[in-house]
Design a protein around this ligand. Structure first.
Ligand SMILES: [Zn+2]
Length: 492
């Protein structure tokens, strides 16, 4: 693979979180009964006319600001003509050569810590299609299915297609770009960025060229990657496949390929369409889009903090490592959660240790998002305080966290500690008694400890500590116990 350079460009389709669809008043919502959010406009009935959703344009302008795009004074909509059962009009209203956002860039941090800018070619508004399901055999594919069902609830949902330049050089870099972009889209509030619900869909153009060459190779477009992990896997597979093709002296075919997650491979779907196949022409039912300077100024003035700035702030204010701050900011909802806990009075650094450790592990395992946790940010702050004031040792705190995440104690760690009698015992009288009881019960070991070699003493010291902890049912304050044990063993 060393003699080939991988060249990747990504098309990210982002469903905009508007209340209604792009050209009608139907709700824009996921998971409703099929074909309940439809009307003459999004069903493409003759005589119906589209009306552009102002909020969707505002969201596009926000994205343009965040990605440092050129916002042209005028952009227009085109009809992209093709027949497909989930497109009742037989054309899609999209943007072609005059999109709402032009030329911009996004700064990413590579896995090796180096930063670079990835060019953004354009971002354009378009309507989503409906959704077809193939039923009765064929494993969800059209081949082998008995019949197909179409749900038009998604038809007409606003999409912003963000097209990168072919600036990405590895699957890992592609992942870093999508993760950064996802964070930006989340931060500016234009999308719920849920890849698993299709709110963020990625198509990748990938080609190889001899290292050092300037000329781009023939590309394949890969579709159907539903997570960052499958994006990396699909691109790694496809780079390997193309290298094999090129090394046998064959040519890569320009085509669209489908990523099969289970089989771990891509397969040919159809030859890649060219723009002229779509017979684009200006949409006659819509006037040109002319966002006023005032509107654009207003959007710019209202821009929230972007992930890169937030990361820098957390590194500075909480004393975090770049890696930890990157995990907080790069995981949807996690930085909000951590900042919520800090606002409830816990030190940011302690909060981050829990959030990037046990809490993140729980999120990955349960597939839930931070906003759905049974333990609210204020509850985590409570847990951090219980550790700080010595009520809980770290192992006990882990136990309490697990219980709280499982829904115990109504989300209050303090309530769980009270219910289960988990509070750490720091009271010296009980600890002194426990130490004395253990030493009394093992006079031989005590004798050996006092006269023994270094190696032996370490082992025995661990043995005593274990016994004392067992005596305290795991709840003794380890720092106090260590001190008391040293005092008792030092005494002759
Ligand atoms: Zn509608």
């Amino acid at each position: 693979m060393s003699e080939w350079e991988t060249v990747i460009g990504l098309e990210v389709h982002c469903e905009l979180a508007t209340k209604t669809k792009l050209f009608c008043c139907c709700p824009n919502d996921f998971g409703a009964e099929p074909n309940t959010y439809v009307c003459p406009v999004c069903l493409g009935l003759p005589g119906s006319l589209p009306v552009l959703n102002e909020r969707a344009v505002e969201f596009a302008l926000r994205v343009g600001e965040a990605l440092h795009c050129v916002i042209p004074e005028e952009s227009i909509f085109h009809r992209k003509n093709y027949f497909y059962p989930d497109m009742p009009k037989n054309f899609q209203i999209s943007q072609y050569d005059e999109p709402v956002c032009g030329n911009g860039w996004l700064a990413i941090t590579n896995p090796d810590g180096t930063a670079r800018r990835v060019g953004v070619e354009r971002a354009h508004l378009e309507e989503d299609t409906g959704k077809t399901s193939h039923v009765g055999g064929g494993g969800g594919r059209i081949h082998g299915a008995d019949h197909s069902l179409v749900d038009y609830n998604r038809a007409g949902v606003p999409l912003l297609e963000i097209v990168s330049k072919p600036d990405l050089r590895s699957p890992e870099e592609a992942r870093a770009y999508v993760a950064e972009l996802r964070g930006v889209l989340e931060a500016i509030g234009v999308s719920d960025v849920k890849m698993e619900e299709g709110s963020l869909r990625i198509d990748a153009n990938i080609s190889l060229r001899p290292a050092g060459s300037e000329k781009l190779g023939t590309r394949a477009e890969v579709k159907n990657m539903n997570s960052l992990r499958s994006l990396v896997r699909a691109l790694e597979y496809e780079a390997g496949r193309q290298a094999e093709v090129l090394e046998t002296g064959e040519a890569v075919v320009q085509e669209t390929r489908h990523w099969d997650e289970e089989a771990g491979r891509t397969y040919s779907l159809r030859s890649k369409e060219e723009a002229y196949d779509y017979r684009y022409f200006p949409e006659p039912d819509l006037v040109p889009l002319l966002p006023s300077a005032e509107w654009r100024d207003k959007v710019r003035a209202a821009m929230p903090e972007l992930p890169a700035a937030r990361k820098a702030r957390l590194v500075e204010a909480w004393g975090l490592s770049e890696v930890d701050a990157g995990v907080l900011v790069g995981t949807p909802g996690l930085a909000d959660y951590a900042e919520g806990a800090a606002a409830a009075g816990a030190p940011g650094r302690d909060v981050t240790n829990w959030v990037t450790g046990d809490l993140l592990a729980h999120l990955k395992e349960s597939g839930s998002s931070p906003g759905d946790l049974a333990l609210a940010p204020a509850g985590l702050a409570e847990l951090v305080k219980l550790v700080a004031d010595g009520t809980l040792s770290r192992p006990l705190a882990k136990e309490v966290l697990g219980a709280a995440l499982a829904g115990a104690g109504g989300g209050s760690p303090a309530a769980i500690v009270a219910e289960r009698g988990l509070a750490q015992v720091s009271d010296e009288d009980s600890l002194v008694a426990a130490v004395a009881a253990v030493l009394d019960a093992h006079p031989g070991e005590v004798e050996r400890y006092r006269s023994g070699e270094d190696k032996d003493r370490k082992k025995l010291r661990g043995f005593f500590m274990g016994k004392v902890m067992a005596e305290m049912k795991g709840r003794g304050n380890p720092q106090v116990l260590n001190r008391l044990l040293d005092e008792a063993l030092g005494a002759s």
